[in-house]
Design a protein around this ligand. Structure first.
Ligand code: C2E
Ligand code: CA
Ligand code: CA
Length: 647
């Protein structure tokens, strides 16, 4: 066909040549030449022109009759013939139909004119031709619609053809002035779903329509060009969503897929230590490895060191899939370590099984991301998303999104847990513990939201809120002539990153409320101490300058050796409740006895928390424990109850 076009062009050239030839002859022979020779030449020229014109006409008609469109693919008429032929065929088993609809053609036509629009169509058509096989029939259906009829097709093949097209178009779009995008729908007439050709076409058309609607919705987020990710070789979230949607929208019922999100643990360290170039090479290496994982439909770099992909897991047991991914990762890591100067590398993969076609693509991505994070947290390398994870995540999202509002609405309350004097068995002081009384009436315990707020850093403002409430309580009591008692306040680790702010804020509180220092104890956990020894010591000195005591909370849960106790600046040591949680074994008693012995010799005030039984009380008192805190005496209680208790 291309050849015929060339011949037509040559014919036009020939005519032009004859015309020029004729004109120059006329000018030449005007000066009186042989009339017969002159006439003969004119006749010859005219004959040449006529034959060229006839040939052009003939070739044009040939071209038209062969059923090709200007886009260089079969036209609608030949498609109709093809469909008729299939309609009359004995069966349409294993015939696949793929329908494509280009987006933005109207915009290109309107903005840049029809010529540019034609180029746009031709470009898309040229990419379509590249995914064809010898069993394909590609036709332009209408303005911006194309159809591929695929004989002897399989689902895998249709999927692959589309993914191949998407990849080519993604690459094209990286540098294109007018990025291409399209909607696609495909359907297969197979044993389980046998379709007549017209139904097949209709099914594919419906899927294509759904795809178009989804992609239009996404395009509202901004024009494609602007959505393109700046990171080389990375896929934008919207393009990823499109890929997932298209795949799920077109899936056959028996197909099962898993969406994977993989990242390299502590990749920034590789970059920092081995340099950016090595980092990039390693990422490219990993990408290539992931692409080779069996049954991979696609893999892309998502952002920074994160990769996303979909694998076909039809008929496979999830446990086997997990094992395969895990083994493959180990292999990939081994190869990276062999090829690059690294000593250590870990990959974390979150797996989300695409069981439900209706799950929105953004949820698919976020679920896999959650599972990936969990893989990292639990060091399991591969983690599958499950509903339990979903409720944890939901709570996490709720906490993060409602915290500021809850703080403003004073949904946080302080609870008091009395600490009992070992000597007098009377309430000597209390620990202030926060509770979140939610708008819906539910009461949240700190363990369920504090770790999240610690991660986001928002625990900082919650601590100040709690300190304010505790100081205010002491002030109110003093103003009402009621007896005061010391309060223990917890200090979260985040403050050690901003120690100056913390000391300033505490100074302001002390100046504002004018609480005598003997009524305040600040608790810093052993783990916080171990991780921030200098900062904690600096803070202790700040408190000591103001005669405020510091307690080492959860002692024994970290790694400080008993020996180090003699050097630490803490005034009080609060033995972790785990020492008592499993009851009191003989060995446990010996450990506690030794601990007490050393603490006494270093002049530390000893507090035991988690005291739950009479047996524990008797033992601890006999050993010289200064204060006891635990359910044996009281659980943490709300302010009013506590006030009644100490009245
Ligand atoms: P923590 O500082 O070790 O507080 C003691 C926790 O042990 C409290 O849990 C308390 O209810 C619990 N407990 C007390 N006696 C017993 C007992 O006999 N048996 C058992 N099994 N548990 C007992 P809670 O109130 O849920 O607080 C948990 C953790 O949350 C606290 O552990 C503390 O680290 C943190 N936290 C609580 N309130 C605050 C706060 O206002 N600020 C900061 N930064 N952290 C807080
Ligand atoms: Ca505490
Ligand atoms: Ca504690």
């Amino acid at each position: 066909m291309e050849k015929n076009k060339k011949i037509i062009k040559l014919c036009y050239l020939q005519i032009a040549f004859y015309v020029v030839f004729l004109t120059s002859l006329l000018l030449h022979f005007k000066r009186g030449l042989d009339h017969r020779a002159f006439a003969l030449l004119i006749i010859l020229t005219l004959l040449g022109c006529a034959s060229a014109l006839t040939l052009t006409d003939y070739l044009k008609s040939l071209l038209r009759r062969s059923g090709f469109d200007v886009a260089g693919v079969h036209d609608k008429k030949s498609l109709e013939e093809k469909l008729l032929q299939l309609q009359n065929a004995d069966d349409t088993l294993d015939v696949g139909v793929m329908m494509f609809d280009m987006n933005n053609l109207k915009m290109i036509n309107d903005t840049y004119g029809h010529e540019e629009g034609d180029v746009f169509i031709q470009t898309f058509a040229s990419y379509l031709t590249r995914i064809l096989t010898e069993d394909s029939f590609l036709a332009r259906f209408g303005g911006d619609e194309f159809v591929i009829v695929q004989n002897h097709a399989t689902w895998n093949q249709l999927e692959q053809m589309n993914l191949q097209l998407q990849t080519m178009i993604d690459t094209y779009n990286q540098t294109a002035d007018h990025p291409l995008s399209y909607a696609v729908g495909y359907e297969l007439s197979c044993k389980n779903h046998y379709y007549l050709i017209m139904d097949l076409l209709q099914m594919a058309d419906e899927k294509m329509y759904q795809d178009k609607r989804y992609k239009k919705q996404l395009q509202k987020n901004g024009p494609l060009a602007a959505r393109r990710s700046m990171l080389a070789e990375s896929i934008s979230t919207d393009s990823l969503k499109e890929k997932i949607f298209t795949l799920l929208n077109n899936r056959s019922e028996e197909k099962q897929y898993a969406f994977l999100m993989t990242d390299v643990d502590n990749f920034h360290l590789i970059n920092d230590y081995w340099g950016y170039e090595t980092g990039t090479n390693i990422l490219n290496f990993i990408l290539k490895k992931l692409e080779l994982f069996p049954q991979t439909l696609f893999v892309n770099r998502y952002h920074s060191d994160i990769f996303v992909g979909i694998i076909d897991i039809t008929g496979q047991d999830p446990a086997v899939v997990r094992e395969k991914i895990s083994a493959y990762h180990k292999q990939a890591i081994r190869e990276v370590l062999e090829s690059y100067p690294l000593n250590y590398m870990t990959l974390n993969t979150g797996v989300y099984y695409l069981n439900d076609t209706d799950t929105p693509a953004e949820e698919v991505i976020s679920h896999a991301n959650i599972a990936r994070r969990r893989a990292k947290e639990t060091s399991t390398c591969v983690f599958e998303y499950n509903t339990e994870l979903s409720s944890t995540e939901q709570k996490r999202a709720e906490t993060i999104h409602s915290f500021q509002n809850a703080l403003a609405k004073k949904e946080f309350q302080i609870y008091f847990q009395p600490k009992i004097s070992g000597k007098t068995q009377e309430i000597a002081s209390a620990e202030v513990l926060v509770r979140w009384l939610r708008e819906d009436g539910t009461l949240w315990f700190p363990d369920s939201f504090l770790p999240i707020l610690e991660e986001t850093g928002e625990i900082e403002s919650l601590d100040y809120y709690v300190y304010n409430a505790a100081f205010q309580w002491l002030v109110d009591r003093r103003e009402n002539g009621l007896p005061l008692l010391p309060l223990s306040l917890n200090v979260s680790p985040v403050h050690f990153r901003k120690i100056d702010t913390f000391t300033q804020r505490i100074t302001q509180l002390l100046d504002h409320y004018q609480i005598p220092s003997k009524y305040l104890v600040f608790e810093i956990t052993e783990t916080t101490y171990i991780h921030n020894i200098d900062a904690v010591n600096q803070m202790i000195r700040f408190f000591h300058d103001r005669n405020i005591r510091i307690s080492m909370d959860d002692f024994g849960s970290g790694y400080s050796s008993l020996n180090s106790l003699k050097d630490i600046l803490f005034d009080e040591v609060k033995i972790d409740k785990h020492f008592l949680s499993a009851g009191l074994s003989e060995k446990g008693k010996i450990v506690l006895e030794e601990m007490f012995h050393l603490l006494k010799r270093t002049d530390k005030w000893i507090v035991c928390e988690g005291v739950e039984t009479k047996e524990m009380v008797d033992f601890l008192i006999a050993e010289g424990c200064d204060e006891l805190q635990g359910f044996y005496y009281y659980k943490p209680m709300e302010q009013k109850k506590f006030e009644e208790l100490i009245a």
